[in-house]
Design a protein around this ligand. Structure first.
Ligand code: ADP
Ligand code: ZN
Ligand code: ZN
Length: 747
């Protein structure tokens, strides 16, 4: 028999780190039986009264004094034991306060305030605790024979507006020019009825056509494999080339789950949360879907969350944070494009959705599907270890052959006298596209842009002798610096490899490329897609619609064009500068380059006409370029795995990036040095501490940035050590310190 809790451990919802540990409170007699895990309560804290959430009901308290009583219960539980367990894991794994981890599971909205009603009851405000309520006006059936007087224009208009059924009061008054008094008068005389009704704010959106296809044999096998995982638990990697019908597999797997009355969560990268993607899910799953993304208002997000909590929808589709939606009887979580770095949260708690999802499905006895055309090395490693199972979709559903990939050596191009950013081969190909009245996509790689030096004749880029990352170029003192370990050297006068004098800073912007293109192909419309042209709401769709509307055009864009773009009339894809992402000072540079090139290449030849892909680079035999060209991912993964293993990088080791930022460089550097020193004393044998060194992006918004990197063997308890040092080593007030465990990048 369950005994009634007399003590409750409560995490208070106030934004102060020092208060992250739960406090014990006494459960007064009037609340016995109502206090359970997940229940929001009003509790005294110092002289204030705040909202807290019950995280436990211990039999004894370690607190010496008298426990203060809980004032009141504010509602029903908003999270359960499993959510609590996962929140606890997030807090310890990513070195974050438990209250911050728990917040992920709470309804969207700001920190709530406690209010005591006139009748003595407690409630909380601030979070939108209930969906908007509306007043619904309907005509009473018994008053059907009511006839307004001939000159009662407003009455007539009201009755007219209601002839097709109930309407909300605000819509009604807006429709007749605003006269709620007339409506209320009719209600008083018994003709109309006004009732309170709850309305969920649902973002509008189309449900684009998503016909149900007969599955290919590979799709059918994948769906069956996932059904097995739903039955028995586990993580499935869906490794499928672009256009192989992965989304179709997700949809069928989800339909099967929903048919059994169970729930599912689908995560897609924020950038892919286009009306088309959402529409596909809506069209197949109808009203069973809620959508959560950052462009919704807080109210809309709250209601989507509420729909899931109340079991009114069984499926939630959204970006990273949708993972925490309170879907009932969760059976399946799908993470599409699982290799995307955006699944790592940049603010505390700095969790990785993939790892949290694995925890969550194991706690709830559900299955996790990780879909990608280019699975991350972490995921591949776990699959090799047998921790994840793998299903492959190797063929495009259309059966169309992937476009051949041609590589142009820009060093050779430069040596032979062509100094343009367009190689002769790409120029000719563009002219042919124009002649045939077709479309082209040009990709300008600007991922994680950091300045580096490149020899325009041989493609040489200076690298750190001990970290195998490109050295970053600093204009000021003519220095090159490693932003992992701090190594510096002076800029050589000529290329150390070939002796050329053309050792120059690398980079070109979309605007410059647009101007050059206009000169090259006068009269051909160029649609530019980058952060500038898409910043407004719906910016992506507007830009893409412009490209689609043209009979003939060239789409010029940054990595945002790499995803999802499906234009059958595109016959040429050009990559202007594959090199940028190769030389990002980050150990994942090669992997990301491969993912990017593979994605971009997948945009060509999606229609009936054959496609062509041209990659321009100064490093034509880079493993990522070769892997895409030869359609053999092993050409990248082979050498990359060997490198990561020997240098001690994930997935063979664990790293954390500890960042320091502040207005005065000396403060920041000193704080970083102090932490590095403390770390060096504390780490066990076999770990290494790099730095402190300036971060690759040395200043952001006037704040200087330094960092320290720790490497530890795979499976070591790095978070607990960092958490201890975080408490022991204080930072001066003017410096902020952030601990990023399993960082997605080191910029
Ligand atoms: P992916 O997510 O792997 O890129 P999609 O699921 O988006 O692939 O499928 C690509 C296209 O092929 C979509 O237009 C989809 O409707 C269509 N498609 C998917 N499966 C089939 C199938 N079995 N038969 C015909 N068309 C299909
Ligand atoms: Zn050179
Ligand atoms: Zn280095």
């Amino acid at each position: 028999m369950e005994t009634e809790a007399h003590i409750a451990s409560v995490v208070v919802d106030v934004p102060a780190r020092a208060l992250s540990e739960p406090f014990d409170y006494a459960v007064p007699p009037g609340l016995l039986g109502k206090v359970r895990v997940g229940v929001p309560v009003a509790v005294p804290l110092g002289h204030r009264r705040v909202v807290g959430y019950v995280v436990g009901t211990p039999a004894h308290s370690d607190y010496d004094g008298d426990l203060r009583p809980i004032d009141g219960v504010l509602g029903t539980a908003v999270f359960d034991e499993h959510a609590l367990q996962v929140a606890g894991w997030i807090a310890s794994e990513y070195v974050a306060p438990l209250s911050e981890a728990l917040k992920l599971f709470l309804p969207p909205g700001g920190a709530p305030r406690v209010v005591r009603g006139d009748d003595g009851t407690w409630r909380y405000e601030g979070r939108q605790t209930a969906p908007a309520s509306v007043q619904l006006v309907s005509r009473k059936p018994q008053a059907d024979d009511f006839q307004p007087r001939p000159n009662a224009v407003v009455q007539r208009a009201v009755l007219e507006a209601l002839s097709a059924g109930p309407v909300t009061l605000s819509e009604l008054t807006a429709g007749i020019g605003g006269a709620p008094a007339a409506v209320r008068a009719l209600a008083r005389s018994g003709v109309l009825e006004i009732t309170e009704s709850r309305r969920y704010r649902r973002p509008t959106g189309s449900s684009s056509e998503a016909p149900r296809h007969a599955h290919t044999a590979q799709q059918a096998a994948a769906v069956e494999h996932i059904a097995g995982a739903v039955e028995h638990g586990g993580v499935v990697v869906l490794d499928g080339v672009t256009g192989s019908g992965k989304t179709e597999v997700y949809l069928s797997a989800i339909e099967a789950v929903v048919a059994r009355g169970r729930g599912a969560i689908v995560l897609v990268p924020e950038i892919s949360l286009t009306p088309q993607t959402v529409g596909r899910f809506r069209s197949r799953l109808g009203d069973d879907v809620a959508v959560i993304h950052s462009r919704l208002s807080v109210g809309e997000r709250f209601d989507q969350w509420q729909l899931a909590l109340e079991g009114r929808v069984k499926v939630v589709v959204g970006a990273r944070s949708a993972l925490f939606a309170p879907v009932r009887d969760l059976a399946l979580v799908v993470i599409d494009e699982e290799h995307e770095p955006s699944y790592k949260q940049a603010q505390s708690p700095r969790y990785h959705a993939r790892d949290v999802a694995e925890r969550l499905v194991r706690a709830r006895g559900a299955a996790l599907v990780l879909g990608s055309a280019t699975p991350s090395m972490e995921t591949r490693h776990r699959a090799n270890d047998g921790r994840y199972s793998v299903v492959r979709l190797t063929e495009r559903v259309g059966g169309g052959a992937p476009a051949p990939v041609e590589v142009v050596d820009m060093g050779a191009e430069f040596s032979s006298g062509n100094r343009s950013i367009f190689s002769r081969r790409l120029t000719t190909a563009l002219e042919q596209v124009v002649e045939r009245g077709e479309k082209a996509v040009l990709f300008l790689n600007r991922r994680g842009f950091a300045s580096f030096l490149l020899c325009r004749e041989c493609g040489f880029v200076p690298e750190c002798p001990s970290c195998s990352v490109s050295l970053t170029y600093h204009e000021d003192g003519g220095r090159l610096q490693c932003h992992h370990c701090g190594h510096t050297e002076t800029v050589p006068a000529t290329c150390p490899r070939c002796g050329s004098a053309y050792l120059r800073r690398f980079g070109a912007g979309t605007q410059r490329a647009e101007a050059d293109l206009a000169a090259l192909l006068p009269g051909v419309p160029v649609v530019r897609m980058d952060a500038d042209t898409t910043s407004r709401k719906g910016g992506h769709e507007t830009v893409l619609a412009r490209f689609e509307a043209q009979k003939q055009a060239i789409l010029l864009g940054t990595q945002m064009i790499a995803k999802g773009l499906d234009f059958p009339e595109v016959t040429l894809v050009g990559v202007l500068n594959a090199d940028t992402s190769m030389h990002v000072p980050d150990f994942r540079a090669s992997e990301r380059t491969f993912q990017l090139l593979e994605q971009v290449a997948g945009r060509a030849g999606r229609g009936t006409r054959p496609g062509r892909v041209i990659i321009q680079t100064y490093w034509a035999d880079h493993p990522a370029v070769r892997a895409v060209q030869e359609r053999d991912p092993g050409l990248l993964y082979g050498p990359e795995e060997a490198d990561r293993r020997s240098l001690g990088y994930p997935p063979y080791a664990r790293i954390a990036n500890i960042g320091f930022a502040g207005a005065r460089q000396t403060d920041v550097r000193d704080a970083a040095s102090m932490f590095a020193e403390g770390l060096r004393k504390a780490v066990p044998e076999g770990w290494s501490v790099l730095g402190p060194s300036p971060a690759p992006i040395t200043r952001i918004k006037g704040r200087w940035r330094w960092h320290v990197v720790v490497k530890s063997p795979d499976g070591s308890s790095m978070p607990s050590l960092l958490s201890r040092l975080d408490a022991e080593i204080t930072v001066p007030e003017q410096v902020t310190r952030t601990i990023d465990v399993d960082p997605a990048g080191m910029l």
